[in-house]
Write a protein that binds this ligand. Structure first.
Ligand SMILES: CC[C@@H](C(=O)O)C(=O)SCCNC(=O)CCNC(=O)[C@H](O)C(C)(C)COP(=O)(O)OP(=O)(O)OC[C@H]1O[C@@H](n2cnc3c(N)ncnc32)[C@H](O)[C@@H]1OP(=O)(O)O
Ligand SMILES: [Co+2]
Length: 132
């Protein structure tokens, strides 16, 4: 597994895009809305990995809930895998719990699943596989 991206919950993409463009010395390479997740994303290349800024697009978005409880900041780590179904089976055998085992469409041409943070030391972990 490689660290594919770090998801950061932000209140305003407008404000945080300006901040991250200054910080990283480059513009976001992609903005994408993922309605089912209730988020709008903005991606930055960072070496072999990426930063994914996440703004809530509706009140019941996981990002709104997270910001209300913990404030802005690191929301999840995403690991890239070659075969997401195989990894789900492997990790289930290891005792990890998934929020949902069925891969769904994420941003940036990926299929994604999430492990529950209660089984990963309080860190929300996403697995993602490039869509064929
Ligand atoms: C753009 C698409 C995609 C991509 O392609 O990259 C994304 O990244 S989408 C990102 C947004 N989507 C998600 O986060 C989906 C997965 N998350 C969830 O299903 C939920 O947020 C959750 C993790 C199951 C929590 O939901 P819920 O139980 O309704 O919320 P609570 O506020 O009651 O939290 C329960 C419990 O979990 C802790 N928590 C919540 N979020 C996180 C987090 N990001 N990291 C760590 N811990 C988290 C929360 O603090 C609660 O803990 P306790 O208070 O100790 O009970
Ligand atoms: Co993500």
């Amino acid at each position: 597994m490689k660290l594919e991206h770090i998801g950061i919950a932000v209140k305003s993409l407008g404000v945080s895009d300006e901040l991250f463009a200054k910080l990283l010395g480059k513009e976001s390479y992609k903005k994408e809305s993922v309605e089912r997740e209730g988020v709008v994303t903005s991606f930055y290349a960072a070496g072999e990995s990426k930063i994914e800024l996440l703004e809530a697009s509706k009140e019941e978005s996981p990002i709104s809930k997270f910001i209300d409880k913990k404030g802005e900041g690191i929301h999840h780590l995403a690991f890239g895998v070659d075969n997401i179904l195989q990894e789900v089976e492997r990790l289930k055998k290891e005792g990890f719990e998934f929020i949902s085992e069925e891969p769904k469409e994420g941003a940036d041409n990926k299929l994604i699943v999430f492990l529950h943070p209660k089984c990963t030391n309080g860190v929300l972990v996403e697995l993602c596989q490039e869509k064929q």
